[in-house]
Write a protein that binds this ligand. Structure first.
Ligand SMILES: [Ca+2]
Ligand SMILES: [Ca+2]
Length: 495
């Protein structure tokens, strides 16, 4: 029965199968074109400051049109890669020699637009598209209307802080006061502190709240609680409230993945109040009823990864919930496996406990990463189907799937592997994730894009990398401290 209860097209929104299948056919058929899963990471080891590497790994489109077809640059790289060696190359040879091939084609102009491949890579344009060339520096060092066009401008930064964080332009009086401030830096940071408390920034449906849209994937039709939909299954207001709470008031942003309490949001006199709460599943059931209660016991909670909405909308009816793990990897760590990002093969995987055929060559590359990434999620119930209550933790959950997925599914381990590191369960998975550079990078990138409208440019890589590093150091994982640093950066305050 479980496969028949369909929700409003969630498959098409969240389903990975199609995308992975398509990409992987390309990936593997492409061995003649010398493509391997290690390519994107190797590229970024050679060009760590390339804008295309802002997320840690370059997209496969750096070398491909649609895999397996190589683009102009990819074709030059392939030709320069051990040209005397028989094809297809082994992955060892490929990995060992890709760097040399990249260097060998740096001085070429693959797309004949007059700019060398190296200048294009570092300048953030495509070495394979003649229409794409590095943007000329917009900085002309002269004064114009009192604005410094090059370098950081406190007046400009102040106006931007007011707009970005308070949602309004400063009044004439405020601008005057800022211009006359003895210490513009501290005036700027005072303004930021005030605006960080504004409804525009941290209120219900404010900017931080909306930053969670892609992570949560709200669907009003199946929402429970306030603004209930026709088929109430879970209340994503829990997820939004929890997210905003982790991002504000100096809290440790790692709680997104590691916290074991919940948060509610209520609007009191026009101000959104976030309140942490901690109830057992039974207590929450008593208080909020079947369609809203959070069913995972405290010691098995891993922040937003075990919230009811997340399990409902991702795990749904599956035994080995790959979509859930893929969404966690993409939403919180910045790696989209469907785009062949963040691949770390685990030897012996995929074992294919649920008999989905993922061991076949066309699937194996992604699933050697994705499946061990997924096992720790397999003990959390989705929509019915297992052995316990929906959205709860059940150690022997997979026993409830042997009739559908075969006897072997019950052998699926709970232990898995994330970033090459073995983890016993989802609690350890979440800890490894929360302490990773990938998580810091994804967190900073969210705010960078929110405030600057795009990923870091070539010239901004150093500032971006500093924020990623300091979030785990000087900022003590506080988003607000990170933002205080961000508004001091040239990327933010140079008009
Ligand atoms: Ca070129
Ligand atoms: Ca170009």
């Amino acid at each position: 029965m479980r496969a028949n209860l369909l929700l409003p097209s969630p498959r098409s929104r969240w389903g990975l199968g199609g995308a992975i299948g398509l990409s992987l056919v390309g990936w593997f058929a492409a061995t003649t074109g010398n493509t391997q899963p290690t390519g994107p990471a190797s590229f970024c080891e050679v060009y760590p400051d390339a804008p295309a590497c802002a997320s840690g790994e370059v997209a496969c489109t750096a070398c491909h049109t649609t895999p397996p077809s190589l683009n102009l640059y990819g074709a030059d790289v392939a030709a320069a890669l051990l040209p005397d060696q028989e094809r297809p190359l082994s992955s060892e040879l490929y990995t060992a020699h890709l760097g040399e091939a990249l260097l060998a084609v740096e001085s070429l102009d693959s797309d004949e637009d007059g700019v060398t491949n190296l200048d294009e890579i570092l300048g953030g344009s495509s070495p394979s598209d003649a229409q794409s060339t590095p943007a000329p520096s917009s900085c002309v060092d002269e004064e114009d209307d009192g604005w410094s066009l090059c370098g950081y401008d406190p007046q400009y930064a102040y106006k931007k802080v007011m707009l970005d964080f308070c949602g309004r332009s400063p009044t004439i009086g405020e601008r005057q006061a800022f211009a006359e401030a003895k210490n513009p830096t501290s005036a700027l940071h005072n303004a930021l502190d005030e605006c960080l408390d504004s409804e525009h920034w941290r209120g219900k449906h404010g900017r931080v709240w909306n930053l969670a849209n892609r992570k949560i994937g709200p669907l009003q039709a199946i929402k429970s609680g306030k603004d209930v939909g026709p088929i109430p299954l879970a209340d994503y207001d829990d997820d939004y409230a929890y997210f905003v709470w982790t991002q504000t008031d100096g809290r440790d942003v790692r709680l997104v993945l590691t916290g074991q309490t919940f948060v509610s949001a209520r609007v009191d006199g026009g101000v959104t109040v976030y309140e942490e709460w901690d109830r057992t599943p039974d207590e929450d059931f008593e208080l909020r009823g079947y369609d809203r209660y959070q069913a995972v016991v405290k010691e098995r909670r891993a922040g937003m990864l075990t919230h009811r909405w997340f399990l409902m909308s991702n795990t749904m009816f599956t035994s080995v919930p790959r979509t859930t793990a893929a969404q966690a990897y993409r939403a919180y760590l910045g790696y989209d496996i469907a785009l062949l990002e963040g691949l770390n093969d685990v030897p012996g995987e995929p074992a294919d406990y649920d008999s989905k055929g993922v061991g076949e060559a066309a699937c194996a590359a992604c699933h050697a990463t994705l499946d061990p990434l997924t096992y720790p999620f397999s003990r959390y119930e989705g929509i019915g189907g297992g052995v316990g209550d929906s959205y709860s933790y059940s150690a022997n959950r997979l026993n409830g799937f042997t009739d559908v997925d075969g006897e072997l599914v019950a052998e699926t381990p709970e232990a898995g592997v994330l970033f090459g590191e073995p983890v016993e369960d989802l609690i350890e998975w979440a800890a490894v994730a929360a302490n990773s550079e990938a998580f810091r990078r994804a967190t900073v990138l969210d705010y960078w894009k929110l405030l600057l409208g795009e990923a870091p440019r070539a010239t901004e890589q150093a500032e971006f990398s500093r924020l990623v590093r300091d979030l785990g150091g000087d900022h003590g994982y506080s988003v607000e401290l990170m933002l205080h640093d961000l508004i001091d950066m040239e990327a933010y305050g140079a008009p």
